[in-house]
Design a protein around this ligand. Structure first.
Ligand code: UDP
Length: 194
């Protein structure tokens, strides 16, 4: 597939539906996957933080999160199909997980926020298999959490620490995890809990 590069970040030129189709295929095939939804702030930040920039280059998919990315692509003469908001991608992944009985782990945000976000998700998707959940205020360099989550074998891991923390943690997680789609979802649990 052709990528569209914006300030060195290789975006996948796919629609929301195309992203979800491929991500489901990878879930079914047990292929571990690092999904990044990159907004303009992330693109700008990656210019300043080389470690983070190289993490992003390691992602399996980078979705164009925000109209600013769509506009930049157009200006550069390499238009992309559509804006793919991270929040919508998360909702789509939850929908697919519900339909296909995939195991979901939620990590991030404050204790009461993630608890309520999971409750709301279970109301919207009654067949959702919640592998577990945890708040985001722990030592992110501690491998204990990674081992614990891996033992629960989630197919989808939603990581809501905000960038760049979430992508750095996902990189660590996927270094040893055997499978799972991991995606940083920023402040999405705060929205889902409301
Ligand atoms: N967060 C977290 N652990 C942290 C820092 C932040 O779980 O160590 C959560 C925070 O509660 C919020 C989300 O990450 O739900 C996004 O945080 P913030 O708005 O600070 O980040 P931004 O969206 O600006 O990247």
């Amino acid at each position: 597939d052709k990528k569209v590069s914006i300030l060195g970040i290789p975006f996948d030129n796919l629609t929301r539906v195309e992203f979800l189709t491929r991500l489901l295929e990878r879930m079914e095939a047990n292929k571990k996957t690092f999904l990044v939804t990159a907004n303009p702030e992330i693109v700008m930040y990656a210019k300043e933080d080389d470690e983070y920039y190289h993490l992003l280059l390691n992602a399996d998919y980078i979705a164009p999160d925000g109209i600013g990315i769509v506009r930049a692509a157009k200006k550069l003469g390499t238009p992309i199909k559509e804006r793919v908001p991270g929040f919508e991608l998360m909702l789509g992944l939850l929908e697919l997980s519900n339909m296909h009985k995939k195991r979901v782990y939620f990590i991030g945000a404050k204790e009461e926020v993630v608890t309520q976000a999971v409750k709301n998700a279970e109301k919207v998707w009654p067949n959702l298999v919640v592998a577990g959940y945890h708040h985001g205020y722990f030592d992110h360099s501690n491998n204990g959490m990674i081992e614990r989550i891996k033992s629960l074998e989630p197919d989808l891991i939603l990581v809501a620490f905000g960038f760049p923390r979430q992508e750095k943690w996902i990189h660590q997680y996927l270094e040893t995890a055997e499978h799972g789609i991991a995606v940083g979802v920023g402040g999405s649990f705060d929205v889902l809990s409301g």
